[in-house]
Ligand binder design. Structure first.
Ligand code: ADP
Length: 296
């Protein structure tokens, strides 16, 4: 299936322009939330809410995330978008960010530091982070769903879904498994998000699933070279959540694919982070990295 290359979409989503968030500095958070919710009436009605103003501040904020999750692309007018950017930037300023440059390497491959880091990828300051997307590419539509796709879209802002909508319309079909698309990261600490659809595994891991997972990793790495100045990249553990790929089998394949690519492109990246979320996943990656060091 033919898919769209970066050259075929970069200008449509202003990929190379720096994102400058709006700053409505004289407006309170509660007013910003109200303004955005006013623009999302049909979304919160769909969620069974009759009057958001009766909710606590915290519940209104949660409702805003949920309404954005279910709202179609291009639902917000320019003022609401600016209000949301302002809110997300304020929240970002009060959240502890981790700069990938400060993380200790687990090992070094050529000139590339390989880092294992446990935490929320939306707080990571890397040039690019990876999103485990679905084939619609538009982000998750399940309100409050704890997947990485939802976390990334909620913290980036609505521009991410808008870009993905542009890409998928230009492409003319759903996103195939095992390739990658890059967008700006908007209100996230990172500059870019690289979206990939990993394979879905039900039952035993097939050779096709292995090939496609490896292809997701290498396509993401290749994509970093299509944009100026991506020197650090943070992978999430693709396919190992809702998509059911056993992490014990996905991890050695991820390491092997990344190591091969880094060996072939020794000066391409300063840092590659393997970002995990749970303690169990951290332990799996730690063992796999130790085994990798022993064998190489
Ligand atoms: P997939 O559909 O590809 O399986 P998921 O979102 O279900 O994607 O999970 C992918 C991986 O991302 C899982 O290992 C999950 O624990 C992890 N994850 C979920 N939320 C976050 C987050 N905020 N930051 C980093 N990793 C996360």
């Amino acid at each position: 299936m033919k898919h769209l290359s970066v050259a075929g979409y970069c200008t449509n989503i202003d990929l190379n322009a720096p994102f400058v968030p709006a700053q409505l500095s004289d407006i309170d958070d509660s007013v910003l939330i109200r303004d955005v919710l006013n623009d999302l009436t049909s979304a919160w009605r769909q969620l069974g809410i009759k009057d958001p103003s009766t909710l606590s501040h915290q519940d209104q904020r949660r409702l805003l995330d949920a309404a954005i999750t279910i709202a179609p692309p291009f639902s917000l007018n320019a003022h609401s978008k600016a209000a949301l950017d302002t809110l997300l930037q304020r929240e970002r300023a009060s959240t502890t960010e981790t700069h990938v440059g400060n993380l200790p390497p687990f090992l070094t491959l050529g000139n590339t530091k390989i880092v294992l880091w446990r935490g929320d990828i939306t707080t990571l300051n890397a040039d690019a982070i990876v999103n485990a997307a679905n084939s619609q590419l538009l982000g998750c539509f399940l309100p409050q769903h704890k997947c990485i796709d939802n976390a990334i879209h909620n913290r980036a802002g609505v521009q991410l879904r808008e870009d993905c909508d542009v890409l998928i319309k230009l492409q003319g079909h759903d996103e195939p498994t095992g390739i990658a698309k890059i967008t700006r990261a908007y209100n996230l600490p990172s500059r870019y998000v690289i979206h990939t659809v990993g394979p879905i595994v039900q039952g035993a891991v097939t050779s096709d699933s292995k090939r496609l997972l490896s292809s997701s990793y290498s396509s993401i790495l290749d994509t970093t070279q299509t944009v100026d100045n991506i020197r650090s990249l943070a992978f999430c553990s693709i396919s190992t959540g809702v998509f059911g790929y056993p992490i014990e089998q996905a991890t050695p394949l991820a390491l092997k694919t990344v190591a091969q690519w880094v060996k072939a492109n020794p000066d391409a990246l300063d840092t590659v982070v393997f970002n995990v979320f749970s303690e169990h996943d951290y332990n799996v990656y730690q063992s796999a990295l130790e085994e990798f060091i022993c064998k190489n």
